[in-house]
Design a protein around this ligand. Structure first.
Ligand SMILES: Nc1ncnc2c1ncn2[C@@H]1O[C@H](COP(=O)(O)OS(=O)(=O)O)[C@@H](OP(=O)(O)O)[C@H]1O
Length: 895
């Protein structure tokens, strides 16, 4: 039954497409034509790049062989369409999606860009990639039939929802008054919402008002408020506005949210978001008539996404938000700006009020004992009062003095932490949260290993926070990670810096503070499941700015949202965070050398110690020989033998080494002499090439590094690899010959071990797939290809080209390398005794029987299609394919 129903639906959809869309577009056509002649908009995207991604392909709509599409086959992705990068809505929508970790892509509606692949065709059924299509720059969207048609058809086919967001710059009228709703002169009273939304419900808590007509509107052609709500474009001929597709929009539209405001003393109600579920073209559309810069509009968008994502798990955050407010530098503020005793009273009172909103809430005081009671008499009293009420707060220790921890040795850190610990004991302050942040936040990220060690030794610290990972900006991208068993949570700023104690210290005064509370600080809460705010003790002195800010924030949250604010111990906050984002546990180290701010709080390592050249492998491609030869160049320094993997560091391909951190990685390499300019550090680890995470990890730490890939004949490589693991007593290789390894299959009932061995043996040779991954992270011009065959036969020539690519001075490798007939390979001429050569050890250039003809033929077939793809890839990049590949290509052409 299912298939006929589907076919009928598809037929109806096609029929409606055939009938309705043309009717609509005929109506629009005249305007379009005129417009494309006389205006700049629209015409630019008319000739969209269809060669690369034809419309037909991107939707898989070739009717004859179209597989049955099940509308439930849609991935939970979101696609954002926009025209102008400067569109302010774009930044906001993107941050919202990024912060909520919603899988999304953006597409600029432009001729020069490829249309993104809308469907997945690598699966047995066709799967749509996007559940929601968010359209910004709506004017351009509706003015361009090809784009409009494509996405309408996609939404029809996969039941995807289209969300069209008004942008201030466009002629989208959101009110009968012809003004953008929420303009400053409009006195906003309330915003009501239909019952259909219940994620972050936007409403006035005590006064919930349903949308006009209980959420459903009967559209009448003379209903000017709704018509004007819909996106308009201005006809270049008549100068009048033409509403969005009146033929498509149905007559029964639901209002998702309305605003109620006062205008000239009269209360008015206007819709700000409407949904059309029954459009005549079968696409559900949500129209947003309000700019996204408004906090409540962000909530509304989240609500809408949630509404349409129920079974698609687009959203990961619930309504619960954990909060912690740290008061750093307690006892430290400069003279005259410390909390006095009356400030402490205000603080305690405010804390009580906050506890009504966030049960169990306590401020978290980070102290430096050295400066206790240093200040004016009223400030001394303030310090004493904090201590006498210590049990009413949570406490954490900085160091005894207010010092930058990344400048301190382990011993110094121990001493200062212990002094601070003793201070707490002397004054009966309980410090047991297992949480700390260092003064100036230095040493947390980039990591100063002695800080982590001292924290564990002295305080048994298990949780800390930083605003620096991966970078300070953008703040909605800050993340947590775990290092050395300490959970590091993202830390948030709230515009109150150390020296800000009075309203006059803020440009814009209290109005600006309100804007911060309801804007950025609110967004921080919205974007993060756990928010640890950093404030400083001075922010609680004088005008009590921090208290005002948080009261405003909490009031706003209570008034407009159903966000549930909670608090807990730092350990539980960390557990909550990593339960929601388990993928964050494993850090991705960023380069301090690319970040001025990080350089200033990094424990002073030399950036020139980071490799600027990496030989990626693959394994058994001749990588050891290349490494050995290259290090003969006086300008190329490398690591000495490691204790764990001979000449390889394997930092990016091993979680064990990667988790040791950047300082450990760097400690493997020599420091280039500052006087010898042009000297650089390089490494080779043949395990990098195939490792799934290595490209991203490397890109984040050494984005400018030049990479070398050796393209050896994959058949020879596979056979060499088998001999290698057999030599190292791999139990499966020991009992199975090469033929049974490469021919293992489920059909032959091969054991799982044997199947795994086959994959490990053959998959690295599918070069184009691995390269595609590297090319996602590194530009082509940073990658150099070495012909693996040439490396064996004529390494001198290989090195000539490579040295030029690296950019170091010419070296006559003809004098350094010499063929050793006994070894059967090139070796390095000994500098002490020139008649002697130093060759690689017995494990490189092994003796084993030649590969059988049958196995060679089998592997030729196995790699044939992959090699073709590699060939095409290299040609596209204008690179010379290795000889073995050229021979194969010409052989196949002849045949
Ligand atoms: N000059 C020189 N000396 C010795 N060996 C050479 C040389 N040039 C290339 N080769 C080939 O390198 C193969 C080993 O590759 P790798 O060094 O990449 O192996 S590893 O992944 O690092 O273990 C090794 O594979 P086997 O012959 O199977 O031992 C050699 O074929």
């Amino acid at each position: 039954m299912v298939v006929p129903i589907l076919l009928r639906r598809m037929f109806l959809v096609s029929l409606s497409l055939c009938v309705l869309v043309p009717v609509f577009w005929i109506l629009m056509k005249r305007e379009d034509k005129l417009e494309s002649i006389s205006t700049r908009t629209g015409s630019t995207i008319r000739n969209i790049n269809r060669d690369s991604q034809p419309l037909i392909d991107s939707l898989m709509v070739k009717s004859s062989d179209r597989p049955v599409v099940n509308k439930s086959h849609v991935e939970p992705g979101v696609l954002v369409l926009y025209k102008y990068r400067s569109n302010s809505e774009l930044k906001i929508v993107r941050s919202l999606l990024q912060a909520h970790r919603i899988q999304h892509e953006t597409y600029v509606m432009s001729t020069s860009r490829h249309i993104p692949k809308l469907v997945r065709t690598d699966l047995p059924v066709i799967v749509g990639r996007y559940r929601l299509v968010i359209v910004l720059d709506v004017f351009n969207f509706i003015s361009e039939p090809s784009i409009h048609e494509l996405f309408t058809e996609y939404c029809q086919r996969f039941d995807a929802v289209m969300i069209l967001v008004a942008s201030g710059k466009e002629k989208i009228i959101t009110s009968v008054l012809g003004k953008q709703v929420f303009e400053n002169d409009i006195n906003l009273l309330t915003l009501s919402q239909s019952v259909h939304i219940n994620y972050l419900k936007v409403h006035q808590a005590d006064d919930f008002v349903y949308a006009k007509d209980g959420g459903e509107w009967n559209w009448k052609s003379n209903d000017s408020s709704l018509i004007s709500f819909l996106p308009h474009r201005i006809s270049p001929v008549t100068g009048k506005s033409v509403p969005y597709s009146p033929k498509v929009i149905s007559k029964r539209i639901q209002v998702l949210a309305s605003v109620h405001f006062l205008h000239n003393g009269i209360q008015r109600t206007l819709p700000v978001a409407i949904i059309d579920r029954n459009s005549t073209d079968g696409v559900q559309r949500v129209f947003f008539g309000t700019p996204m810069s408004l906090s409540i509009a962000k909530l509304l968008l989240l609500d809408v996404m949630h509404m349409f994502s129920k079974s698609y798990s687009i959203m990961r955050l619930s309504k619960r938000r954990w909060i912690q407010i740290d008061i750093d530098d307690t006892f430290v503020a400069p003279l005259g700006s410390k909390m006095t005793d009356s400030d402490v009273k205000v603080l305690l009172k405010a804390q009580q009020t906050f506890q009504n909103i966030i049960p169990g809430f306590k401020f978290n005081l980070g102290y430096c004992g050295e400066l206790y009671r240093v200040g004016l008499p009223s400030e001394t009293k303030g310090d004493e009062m904090l201590v006498s009420h210590s049990e009413q707060f949570n406490w954490f220790g900085h160091t005894f003095a207010h010092t930058k921890t990344h400048t301190l040795s382990l011993n110094e850190l121990h001493t200062l932490m212990k002094l601070n610990q003793q201070f707490a004991k002397n004054y009966s302050i309980t410090v047991n949260s297992h949480y700390s942040v260092s003064p100036h936040h230095s040493g947390i990220y980039p990591i100063h290993e002695p800080l982590y060690t001292a924290w564990r030794d002295v305080w048994d610290i298990l949780v800390t926070s930083t605003e620096e990972y991966p970078h300070l900006r953008p703040d909605h991208m800050r993340k947590g990670f775990i290092h050395s068993k300490i959970k590091v949570l993202p830390r948030q700023t709230c515009h109150l810096f150390t020296h800000i104690t009075k309203y006059e210290d803020i440009i814009g005064g209290r109005d600006q503070l309100i804007a911060y509370a309801e804007g950025d600080v609110f967004s921080t809460i919205l974007y993060n499941p756990v928010s640890i705010f950093m404030t400083h003790s001075g922010n609680y002195a004088k005008d009590h700015l921090a208290l005002d800010l948080f009261s405003l924030l909490f009031d706003f949250i209570r008034k407009w949202t159903q966000i549930e604010l909670v608090t807990d111990t730092p350990i539980n906050l960390a557990n909550a965070y990593f339960e929601i984002f388990p993928e964050d546990k494993q850090p991705v180290w960023t380069s301090p050398c690319q970040d001025k701010r990080h350089m200033s709080i990094w424990s002073g390592r030399n950036c020139s110690q980071l490799p600027s050249l990496v030989i990626l492998g693959p394994q058994k491609s001749g990588s050891t020989a290349l490494h050995f030869f290259l290090k003969q160049h006086p300008r190329l320094l490398t690591n000495p033998m490691t204790t764990h993997a001979f000449e390889e560091v394997q930092f990016f391909s091993s979680d064990l080494y990667y988790n040791k951190g950047v300082d450990w990685y760097i400690s493997n390499f020599p420091t280039p002499n500052s006087t010898s300019t042009g000297t650089l550090v390089f490494e080779k680890s043949a395990t990098y090439f195939t490792h799934l995470l290595a490209p991203e990890r490397m890109r984040m730490l050494i984005p400018k590094a030049k990479l070398v890939v050796i393209l050896a004949d994959p058949i020879k490589r596979a056979y060499s690899w088998y001999q290698h693991v057999k030599f190292h007593n791999d139990p499966t290789a020991l009992i199975h010959n090469f033929t049974s390894v490469i021919k293992a299959s489920r059909k032959n009932s091969s054991s799982q071990n044997l199947l795994n061995l086959r994959s490990r043996c053959l998959l690295p040779g599918i070069y184009h797939e691995h390269l595609e991954r590297w090319l996602e992270y590194f530009p082509q011009n940073q990658i150099y290809f070495v012909d693996g065959g040439e490396l064996v036969d004529n390494p001198i020539n290989v090195l000539l080209g490579l040295v030029e690519f690296i950019g170091v001075e010419y070296l006559d490798f003809g004098k350094i390398l010499k063929f050793n007939p006994k070894k059967g390979f090139y070796c390095v001429v000994s500098s002490s005794k020139r008649s002697r050569t130093i060759c690689l050890g017995r494990s490189k250039g092994r003796q084993y029987p030649a590969l059988s003809k049958e196995n060679t033929q089998y592997l030729e077939r196995y790699y044939s299609a992959h090699n073709r793809k590699l060939y095409q890839m290299l040609m596209k990049m204008s690179r010379r394919p290795p000889t073995w590949l050229m021979e194969e290509a010409s052989y196949r052409q002849i045949n």
